[in-house]
Every structure is written in C-alpha cells, then in structure tokens.
Design a protein around this ligand. Structure first.
Ligand SMILES: N[C@@H](CCC(=O)N[C@@H](CS)C(=O)NCC(=O)O)C(=O)O
Length: 473
C-alpha cells in the first residue's frame, strides 16, 4: 500500500525510528481529522503532579488514558494503573502507578483521535501479519516537564531505555523557555544511531521499541537574560494601538513570541518619517521587521497586517496550515478582511465620527453603515455551521477579523442581530492571548481631551486630507 504514511513507514523499517518534523506531521494528522489543536494543547495546563517519581522530583506532570484500537474503531477502556516491569524501568517501575485520567474532553478530542488513528494505521502496517493483534492496547500519557532555577526537568529520568511495548510516538505539544532536551536513539548494543530535538509543536519521534533504545537529556531553564537578548533582537513591530496593529499583537501573543514594540505615533506623524517610509511606502502601521528570518540573511521587513500575519504564522508553523486546501481556505478570509471588513468598517467609523464641520455626510454614513451590516451578516452566515471562519480550527483568519468588531456599536451595529457571530466573538475575545494582544500598547494612547486646541488641530491636519507625497526630483 502506498499513501502519505509510506515515507515514514519506510524510514522506521530502515532505521528503527523516525524523526518527523511538524509540517509533515501536521499533514499526516490533518488527513486523519486533526482539528482544534490550540484547544487540545491548552489541556496541558491542567495536569496534576506525577507523585510517583522515585528520584523525589516534582518536575513532571501527567495524565494517563487507555484505549483499544481495532479496525472497527478506537474506543476508550476503563481507567487503570500504568505498570512497567523493573526490567524496563528500574527507577519507577515495579509498582502500579495510578495517574489521574485524561479528561473526557481530551479522550474524545479530534486532535487525539487523529493521533490515535494515524498511529494505528502506521504501526499496524509495520507489524508482521503473524504478530498483528486483532485489537491493540494503547496507552497515552499527557506529560509536562517543568524546570525551575537550579532544578532540571528530566523527560526520561530512567535514562536510555525501552518501554517494554511495541511502538512509541513522542509528540511535542509546546516548548517554552527551556534549553536542551535532546533525544538520542541507540541500537540494541547501545550505540547511538541519531539525535534530534523536538522543538516545534507537532515535532514527533516514532520508535520501534523492540529494535531501539531512546533517552532525552534533561531540560534546563533558559536564563532570563538569554531569553531577552535572543528574542528582543529578533522581531520589531512598528505599532500604534489601533485595530490593524492589534491583529498582529494578538498573533504574537498566541505564538508566545517576544517582540519589541516600536511606537509609531500616527497622530504625531511618525508614519511620514523617512526611516519609516523606507519600510512602508504606504505610510501606515503596522510594519514588522524580523532580524532572524528563516534561512538567515539580512533582516526582512513586511507591511500590511495580512502579509505580516501570514509571514509569522507560516514561519512558526502554527495557525496557518500550508496544505493547498487549508492554506487557501484561510487566505481567502485574510484577503476578505483586508479588502472588505477592515476598510469598510474603518470608513464607517470615520464618517460617523466626523461631526457637523464635515458637511452633509448622510449618504456616506448610510452607505458605510449598510456595508458594515452586510459584512457582519457575512461573518454570521459563515459561522452558522462552523466554529471558526476557516473551519474547525482557530487560525489567523479569526485573529485578523476580531479587532475591528469590538467597536460594532460605534459602527451603528447591534451584534444581538448576529447570533452566530456573537458566539464566535465571545469565544475569541475570551482567549487569554487575545485579551493580552488587545491590551498591548494601550498605555501609548493619548486622550484627545488632554491635548490643547492647537495640538488637536495639528493631529487632524496630519491624519486627514492626506494627498500624494511628491516623488523625489
Ligand atoms: N491595510 C493596512 C492598513 C493599515 C492602516 O490603515 N493603519 C492605520 C492605523 S489603523 C494608520 O497607520 N494610519 C495612519 C494614517 O492614517 O496616517 C493594514 O492592514 O496593515
């Protein structure tokens, strides 16, 4: 049989293990129905401490679940203890370990189902027919290894080992502020065969437990100074706290990246400074400068919030799948936001705020308030039969479309009219990273009431009635 699992199966057959990087793993899991990854990953925040550590450590959290995988489907078995003989785990084995069960939500989660289905197809075909069971006994461990100053976290405290099972998948969920944690695979006479480090979410190691040993070096906390130095130098976001800027801060917060906020005070005219025009000839913020682009080389600068979000999400391998269908499902909504929702809602607010000095704006106000209404309707209808704008997964399409909707009232809209939009709006707005992204830089804002008449007039002059900048002579 030849299908997308064939290359991984061939590698495991040849070497006894495979290191599969996140983008490839994502494609495999997507074929098996991967969805709501962020939701799934967030459950790693609710794991109890593993109290069975014979080394006395309290650096490992975990939950445990047991499943049956058969051609008819994958079902959960009643909770039971985890047991390993001392032959395989001389440190923690030899006793029944009763870990907290994985929650029902995790057991039924489409991400876990996709992982189990993928492993079932892969490991089943790798098992010689005469050894293949009718139904596999599958154990899953949600692990989280923690480290504190002066205390390392040991992913495999038993050292180089086999687990006493047939097949093992180790899949990275998230790695934050740690160094080291290198996996090495050894043959049966304990000679190293290869080493790698799982870093990105979904990076995976797949192991034939009968043929190889594996072990992972302890993780240590990355010194704060190093975290800052490395990450502060990496991303500059030229920013002012407006909806277009906040699209990007939401994504940066969701990605957990460190960045420098470089204020671009648009009321003071920073967007017209020669240095800024070099990175955005359209004299608008936001602009991103990445001092550490993929593949190295000179820093790269990007303007237009949509392009910035696509760049960051693609670089980090999150919130923007790169398979053909997934990519364009999301891209079309990003374009929709940039070409429709952002500009129309922006003009709507502009005309509704303009005041009597601007003359008779009744047609403009009606036109843009109707357009705003139409666009909230587009989102509402889209969200009627799916959780997020691009489908079942939360993506940059949602992040980019959220900030313009928080001012629906000032756009003359009653969101009570749009029930499905409202469900999405509440869900997205309650995400901690969205809250952080929306609050970012609010302290930069200047209350117009605190400005003198002269300063206010100057600001209006900069912001309104802009015309072409003359070309160089
Ligand atoms: N399509 C651009 C729009 C950017 C934009 O309009 N930025 C506004 C603030 S929300 C700005 O810089 N305005 C400065 C000005 O009007 O002079 C994007 O999404 O990045």
């Amino acid at each position: 049989m030849t299908d997308s699992l064939t290359p991984v199966a061939d590698t495991i057959r040849r070497n006894g293990f495979a290191f599969v990087r996140a983008p490839e793993m994502r494609l495999l899991l997507q074929e098996a129905g991967l969805a709501d990854w962020e939701d799934f990953a967030a459950t790693w925040g609710h794991l109890g401490v593993d109290a069975y550590m014979a080394d006395g450590g309290r650096y490992r959290r975990r939950r445990f679940g047991v499943f049956r995988a058969a051609p008819a489907g994958i079902t959960r078995k009643p909770h039971q203890p985890h047991y390993q003989s001392r032959d395989y785990n001389p440190l923690n084995g030899g006793i029944e370990r009763w870990f907290e069960p994985v929650t029902d939500a995790v057991a039924r989660h489409p991400a876990l189902t996709a992982i189990l289905r993928t492993c079932h197809s892969l490991f089943d075909r790798l098992t010689p027919a005469e050894l293949r069971p009718e139904a596999w006994h599958v154990e899953i461990h949600q692990f989280r290894i923690e480290t504190r100053p002066g205390q390392e976290g040991r992913p495999t405290p038993e050292g180089m080992h086999r687990d006493g099972v047939d097949w093992v998948l180790v899949l990275m969920v998230r790695r934050e502020n740690v160094a080291s944690g290198e996996t090495t695979i050894y043959d049966l006479v304990r000679r190293p065969l290869g080493s790698f480090t799982l870093t990105a979410p979904l990076d995976s190691a797949l192991v034939d437990d009968s043929r190889v040993y594996h072990g992972v070096t302890p993780v240590v906390r990355r010194p704060k100074t190093q975290q800052k130095e490395k990450e502060l130098a990496m991303l500059d976001l030229h920013f002012w706290p407006t909806p277009n800027g906040k699209k990007v801060t939401i994504l940066l917060e969701e990605l957990g990246l460190d960045y420098n906020l470089v204020p671009c005070n648009i009321g003071r005219g920073d967007q017209f400074k020669p240095g800024f025009l070099k990175i955005n000839p359209n004299h608008r913020m936001p602009v991103l400068v990445d001092h550490n682009p993929k593949g190295g080389g000179a820093p790269i600068s990007i303007f237009e919030s949509g392009a910035i979000m696509m760049y960051l999400a693609e670089k980090e391998g999150r919130f923007f799948p790169q398979d053909l269908r997934g990519k364009y499902e999301i891209t079309q909504w990003v374009m929709w936001q940039m070409a429709n929702q952002g500009p129309k809602l922006g003009e709507c607010g502009h005309f509704r705020r303009a005041g009597p000095d601007a003359g008779d704006l009744s047609y403009a106000i009606r036109r843009f308030t109707d357009e705003a209404n139409r666009l909230y309707g587009v989102m509402n209808n889209r969200l009627y039969d799916r959780r997020y704008l691009a489908g079942d997964e939360y993506t940059i399409a949602d992040m980019i479309s959220y900030p313009w909707t928080v001012n629906a009232e000032a756009q003359g809209q009653d969101i009570g009219e749009f029930k499905y939009f409202k469900r999405w709006f509440d869900e997205v707005g309650n995400r901690p990273a969205v809250k952080r992204g929306m609050e970012t830089g609010n302290n930069l804002r200047v209350d117009p009431a605190t400005l003198s008449d002269e300063e206010r007039a100057q600001m209006r002059k900069i912001m309104y009635n802009q015309r072409a900048i003359p070309a160089p002579a």
